[in-house]
Structure formats: structure tokens, C-alpha cells
Design a protein around this ligand. Sequence first.
Ligand SMILES: [Zn+2]
Length: 196
Amino acid sequence: MKKAFVIIDNGHGAETPGKCSPDGQLKEWAWTRQAAKALAAELKRRGIGSTLLVSEARDVPLRERVRAANEISRLHDNAVLVSLHTNASRSDGRWGDACGWSVFTAPVASEKSRRLARLLYEEACARNLKGNRSTPAEGYWTASLAMCRDTVCPAVLTENLFHDHAGDAAFLLSSEGLRCIVELHADAIEKYYATL
Ligand SMILES: [Zn+2]
């Protein structure tokens, strides 16, 4: 396996407005930080190095996160970046119907980014996390997201279920749910490096 290194971006900070379940139980920033830490520990257990791009609770602007990610990726030949998020279908603070897991790459993404996204999608499907929305045939979505678009290493952004869907939120808040999301990422990352 080629030397593996994962830059884990845990996205929004505590000051980002909204971004929580309608009952206030699941805050995206807090959940993604918990998931990022658990993923780093799981990767370490598998012999894969990683770093958390943002360790503190505060909001770190996108531009700063991109700059930091690019600096780190220059120190590692085969670094990849995974940005962790939870999704939302509504902006009015109510529970929504949309559920399920999805992954994004930039519209102009490297073959490696697309391969990692595809592997992540396959792991999500294997865990029955596809949800109730139609997914592009290739398994991943494309969007002009700074963390994918402006980073120099292969980069993907995962939307780990909907924090405004009651079932998804309950699953994410369970230890089983967190474990499932962490292992999904670790398995896909391991497969990515095994075939690099
Ligand atoms: Zn987000």
C-alpha cells in the first residue's frame, strides 16, 4: 500500500447559524468533530496517518481551511482530503422527508477524487444508507465546493445523512450510527490506497 495520509476536514464551527436538527439534539459542527476524531482513531488503528484540519470548535473560514489543506498535502505524496458534513433539505427549521447519504466532488475533479468518491458511495450502499433520493449514475454528485475545487490533492465532501430527517438524526446520534459512518469512510479509504 502506498503511503497513505488523510486530511480530515470537519467543516463548520460552533458559530455557523442553523445546521442542527429541529429538536436541537444534533448540531452539525459538533457531530462532524466527533466523527472526525473517531475516523482519525480508526485510520490510525489501520495504520493510516491522518490529521484534523480544524481541531477547535470555532469557525475557520473556507479560504483558511483550503490553504492549510494545501500546505499539508504538499508534505505527503498521496494525501487525500475528506470533508465531513451532515445534510439538510429544509431551511425553515422543520423536519424534512429527504434522507440518505451522499458524496460530492468538484465539477472538474481528478480521476483520483472520483475514484475515492465512488468507493465511498459503494460502502454507503453496502450499509443501506442510500436514502430516498435519486443519485447520479456514477454514484457521486458534483458541485463547486471550495474544499474540493480549490484543494490540490484528491478531495471529496461527504454529506452524512440529513440532520433534519428524524430517522437519520436518530441514527447519527446513536453509537451504532457513528460507528457505521466512520467505518464506511475507513473502508473506502483503505480500498483507495490498496489500489493506488
Ligand atoms: Zn455542512
